[in-house]
Design a protein around this ligand. Structure first.
Ligand SMILES: C[S@@+](CC[C@H](N)C(=O)[O-])C[C@H]1O[C@@H](n2cnc3c(N)ncnc32)[C@H](O)[C@@H]1O
Length: 274
């Protein structure tokens, strides 16, 4: 099927509007061309026009859009990535949150996005390893991602050696079992985390998740342009409890996006507070 630069611009503009993901012709043309080609072969779309029409007007269940979005996301992640942030969470943030919360209230943590689950599971492992607060208080950890394939993988909890490379041998032994060439995470930990497919731009979906004390949003905003970053930052602001915290990836800076958060510094790391 013919997939011209004009077709690319139309499709990438649609992806941007629906997901905030910004694709460039020079870098991403081939990726989109392959995906359109694959879909036209499996669904017998005779032209780009037919494919694009179906995507926009006939895809009521969002199946075609899901196929497309799953093909363009960058899902790179691993256990204990930017581990100093989890240490700050355990040693600095959680003790403060614990002080101001009512005795029976759970501490709620959101990973948006969670990709294949390594980030929320890393938080769970840190909580278990440092049992001071987890013994006294309930936690709810929720991972969301727009890509349905990564959510399914997160729920399965089967990880490659590469994915767990940053873990110490004792943590690997304690929480993982070898299974079919993979490392399977302890089922009790898997059951403790809630995973859900959701789009951070979808205010309705976001509001049904409720309020959080901590939001991790690492390595997603870098794929958005300024207007989209701002929109998502304000969605997160509205989802945080008063004095709640947000942690970003090492190349992401909230004060360049919005000024509503207070920047705090812990061991050279900037964390943002509502
Ligand atoms: C590089 S991964 C980051 C995973 C993890 N937070 C980390 O830092 O290791 C980026 C993820 O953002 C997700 N993503 C992109 N746009 C999104 C959106 N609009 N809503 C929710 N997730 C999105 C992608 O599907 C991808 O899994």
């Amino acid at each position: 099927m013919v997939f011209s630069q004009e077709n690319f611009e139309k499709l990438s503009e649609y992806i941007y509007r629906k997901s905030g993901i910004y694709l460039e012709y020079t870098k991403h043309y081939e990726k989109l061309r392959k995906q359109v080609d694959k879909r036209s072969k499996s669904e017998a779309y005779s032209s780009f026009r037919k494919y694009f029409y179906t995507l926009r007007f006939e895809d009521k269940e969002g199946v075609e859009f899901e196929e497309l979005i799953n093909a363009v996301t960058v899902n790179e992640t691993y256990f204990y990535r930017e581990n100093h942030q989890f240490e700050i969470l355990i040693n600095e943030l959680l003790p403060q949150i614990d002080q101001i919360k009512g005795a029976s209230e759970p501490i709620r943590i959101l990973c948006a996005p969670c990709s294949t689950g390594e980030e929320p599971y890393s938080i769970a492992l840190h909580l278990l390893e440092d049992d001071k607060i987890v013994n006294e208080r309930d936690f709810e950890i929720i991972g969301i991602d727009i890509d349905s394939t990564v959510i399914e993988k997160a729920q399965k909890g089967l990880y490659s050696d590469r994915s767990i490379h940053a873990l110490s041998p004792s943590i690997k032994r304690k929480y993982f079992k070898k299974k079919m060439g993979y490392n399977e995470l302890d089922p009790d930990i898997r059951e403790a985390i809630t995973f859900q497919k959701a789009n951070v731009f979808d205010k309705q979906e976001m509001s049904t998740l409720g309020k959080f004390d901590v939001i991790f949003s690492r390595n997603m905003l870098i794929y958005f342009d300024d207007a989209s970053k701002k929109e998502v930052a304000m969605n997160f602001y509205n989802m945080l409890n008063p004095q709640g915290y947000i942690l970003l990836g090492h190349a992401e800076y909230m004060n360049r996006i919005v000024t509503v958060f207070k920047p705090l510094q812990f061991n050279k790391q900037i964390i943002y507070q509502k």
